[in-house]
Design a protein around this ligand. Sequence first.
Ligand SMILES: Nc1ncnc2c1ncn2[C@@H]1O[C@H](COP(=O)(O)OP(=O)(O)OP(=O)(O)O)[C@@H](O)[C@H]1O
Length: 361
Amino acid sequence: MKIGIIGLPNSGKTTVFNALTRGEAETAAFSGGHLQINTAVVDVPDERVDRLSAMYNPRRTIYAQVTYNDIAGMTKGAGERGISGPLLNAISANDALLHVVRAFEDPNVPHLDDTIDPVRDFHALEDELVLNDLITVEKRLERLADELRKQNLQKSAREALEEEKALLERLRDHLEAGHPLRELDLTPEEEKRIRSFSFLSQKPMLVVINLGDEQPEPDLSAYRIGKRAMITTLRGRLEAELAVMEPEEAAEFLEEFGIEEPGLKRVIRMSYDLLNLKTFFTVGEDEVRAWTVPADATAPEAAGAIHSDLQRGFIRAEVVHYNDLIEAGSMAEARKRGLVRLEGKEYVVQDGDILSIRFNV
Ligand SMILES: Nc1ncnc2c1ncn2[C@@H]1O[C@H](COP(=O)(O)OP(=O)(O)OP(=O)(O)O)[C@@H](O)[C@H]1O
């Protein structure tokens, strides 16, 4: 799963990327708006995995993972012309977006508008995404109009084009009203029909307000955050420093600033939750592992995430929910209490299920 980090120049994208990935990509007072991408894979913190690992003491513990792509190059006004091809591709390739908004003050770090106004900046970049999608929709509508003018169209082809036109007109009206596509409820059919456009404003979004080290928490109600979007704050620079410290040093640092838990854990968790996926676990002495599947995945599909043979030869899944296992205290006790069930091919996996797949190939 991929999450693209976007934001206006000097908003702190690379700093937030470094905090999330414990990396040390170079931050600069100005990248000059060039397209530049840093990529890193990160474990998703999950205390369920920690507890299962403590219970089984396995040789390997594997967390769910997300990939962050730090994408520089967005500027204001890009949407009017349409975002350039390579940048558009770089952003499109992600499943969700993390939008970094500058709130920190620092006269040495220039801002496009000279003043610091995170609400303004947030909406400016949202508008860029919306405008870019609107241009895409309008171009397609023009082409559809040309095709529909042709005399020799078969009835079925004409109907398909008319349907697409009706859907795109709905998208256009929504975008023209200034709303991102992620706020529009579409049927799975409609989703499928527009998937190939990779609309930017359709991607789920986590907005991260990048605060200065000692800046007070702002009122987040000033931001218009609709469906399939979330907002939070992060002290980007402080977290980036914290992320590369030795544990002891980090603990002292946290105490000094009166912070209970590093914010980056929360941000990683939120960005993962945004993807609307489910996590299931496999446990054993060899390995405790978190797996990620789509929200509607069935037991065979979950088995397929582990290995295609397990899906092909799927017979049954032995299932116990994480909460039940923890309450029982051990797998043996969970079994005794009848909390371990056998489920068949139709079973829809629940978040937090622990699975053991029976298969035959
Ligand atoms: N929360 C913060 N507090 C103080 N300074 C910060 C904070 N976040 C970032 N900075 C500083 O702002 C400058 C720009 O940060 P960074 O390079 O991360 O931004 P960017 O959005 O990736 O920039 P670019 O547009 O060049 O890609 C750096 O000097 C960085 O140290």
